[in-house]
Design a protein around this ligand. Structure first.
Ligand code: NAP
Length: 237
């Protein structure tokens, strides 16, 4: 049985990943920050284990490491927790900027740092980071989000090179528009326009991303590292 940690698994893409891995018989730890009841609901449905931690807080990440570490070595780490914000560049405050990077970039660093020693010692492991198509191509009115998600890609590529000799695969998925709370602000006209911009003419589902993450965590992806896999209906070609 593999041990899997998914950050930000109380809702959306992370919750879909939790279901996908749990169905496969893996022991899944679902990290959450504020959505305790949602995390407990998924845990009850799937048998996964909820673990609270704000990924941007090093003390909370250390506590999460102790709880999970008591169940053995982590086989797969999915750095999915993230926040977004739509704002004109000129309206983004210093605190908006710091917050964006704290969760999306520092959180990924802290959680990876907390678990990577065991993977290196075991000479095995898979790390999958969740970026975004905006990190690949840049999104207007999302400069801080795009910059943070581009940092996820840089982190992935550099770490893949460093950890390759330790037989650890580090990859990243870059979802397009996915139907989750993160896009709850989009109205039906916005969604229709986005569908029309997408070659496959549809909005993605959390399951679309979860299945790709599952593939990257599987033996079928053993010779793949340092890659950005776009799960976006063809938005980035
Ligand atoms: P979502 O439905 O808003 O869920 C976000 C998840 O992140 C929640 O489980 C939330 O947990 C968790 N989270 C936020 N801040 C956290 C923190 N400080 N510590 C721990 N967990 C935290 O978003 P989603 O659409 O599923 O997004 C998941 C990932 O996919 C994000 O990295 C996002 O940037 C990326 N993405 C999404 C889309 C899209 O179209 N939806 C596209 C590209 C990339 P709590 O509620 O418990 O705080």
């Amino acid at each position: 049985m593999r041990n899997i940690l998914i950050t930000g698994a109380s809702r959306g893409i992370g919750a879909a990943c939790a279901r996908e891995f749990a169905e496969n018989g893996d022991r899944v730890f679902i990290n959450y920050n504020s959505s305790k009841s949602e995390a407990e609901k998924i845990a009850a449905e799937t048998g996964a284990i909820p673990v609270k931690a704000d990924v941007s807080n090093s003390d909370e990440v250390k506590r999460m490491r102790e709880i999970i570490g008591s169940c053995g070595k982590l086989d797969v780490l999915i750095n999915n927790a993230g926040i977004s914000q739509i704002k004109m560049f000129t309206d983004i405050t210093e605190s908006d900027w710091d917050n964006m990077f704290s969760v999306n970039v520092k959180g990924m660093y802290l959680v990876t740092r907390a678990f990577v020693d065991d993977m290196i010692a075991a000479k095995s492991g898979k790390i999958i980071n969740v970026s975004s198509m905006w990190g690949v191509m840049g999104g207007s009115c999302e400069v801080h989000y795009s910059a943070a998600k581009a940092a996820v890609i840089g982190f992935t590529k550099a770490l893949a090179k460093e950890l390759g000799p330790s037989n650890i695969n580090v990859n990243c998925v870059a979802p397009g528009v996915i139907e989750t709370d993160m896009n709850a602000h989009l109205n039906s006209d916005d969604l229709e326009a986005l569908k029309n911009e997408t070659p496959l003419m549809k909005i993605g589902t959390p399951d679309d991303v979860a299945k790709t993450v599952f593939f990257l965590a599987s033996r079928n992806a053993d010779f793949i590292t340092g890659q950005v896999l776009n799960v976006d209906g063809g938005m980035v070609i």
